[in-house]
Design a protein around this ligand. Structure first.
Ligand code: MN
Length: 241
């Protein structure tokens, strides 16, 4: 049985034949990475947080994806000028989705904004702009499919087990980053400048997030391990149901 992986959509206002229309979107790279790993990809539109209880029983894994910035008020901060594309509806839905998944032992994998959202939902904080806060440059969209900086991985971690290595090059397309790691969560990967590049929750099932975009690094086979490991955990949950 193939496990069902819910992919959190990125709502975007797009010009259509009917005028500007809000579309619930997911990049083809996420869909393909889930399918290549053996999962069934289902895109989850942003809806009311109280609908999470109806959606979660249909899923065996939750993938939280990239997108705009998390609403700073969720971590007690005032928005800076650099903070953009805030979507409180998406934030509210995904926080509820994460909390519901954790309560139901559904594995969660967060990518970029998805990792940041996880940290905030569990009580951590973000740097609204890594460059402003630290002087370190992590936003290199022109080289989005290349390893542009190295990360070192905590050897005793789910992340290291999934990747099969403790050091590897990653892409870096993020203006924001993790500041304070949430309680019950630990950092498990760092750039050479000390920036946190991955986190894991202290939970029975996988609740793991990475700051880079493994779904577009298909040329580097180690990154595929993140999806195969995630989908394998989802498969185990599906087999128990
Ligand atoms: Mn980076």
């Amino acid at each position: 049985m193939r496990p069902i992986i819910g992919i959190g959509a990125y709502p975007r206002l797009v010009e259509t034949a009917f005028g500007p229309t809000l579309l619930h979107t997911a990049s083809r790279f996420y869909v393909r990475a889930v399918e290549v790993a053996g999962g069934v990809a289902v895109i989850l539109p942003v809806t009311e947080p109280d609908r999470v209880g109806d959606v979660l029983p249909l899923l065996h894994g939750v993938l939280l994806t990239g997108g705009g910035d998390v609403q700073p008020s969720l971590y007690g901060a005032t928005p800076m000028d650099c903070t953009s594309e805030v979507n409180p509806e998406r934030d509210g839905f995904e926080v509820a989705l994460l909390q519901g998944a954790m309560a139901a032992a559904v594995p969660v994998f967060g990518i970029c904004r998805g990792m940041q959202l996880m940290n905030v939902a569990m009580g951590g904080t973000l740097l609204q702009d890594v460059y402003v806060a630290t002087g370190q440059f992590h936003h290199d969209p022109h080289r989005w499919r290349e390893g542009v900086h190295r990360v070192k991985i905590e050897p005793r971690s789910r992340l290291a087990d999934a990747l099969g290595v403790t050091e590897l090059p990653v892409n870096s397309v993020h203006s924001q980053g993790i500041d304070r790691v949430a309680p019950g969560v630990r950092a498990v990967a760092w750039a050479d400048d000390g920036s946190i590049e991955a986190i894991e929750a202290d939970s029975p099932q996988q609740v793991l997030g990475v700051q880079w975009h493994p779904e577009v690094l298909e040329d580097q086979p180690e990154h595929r391990g993140l999806f195969t490991d995630f989908v394998e955990q989802a498969r185990r949950l599906a087999a128990r149901a």
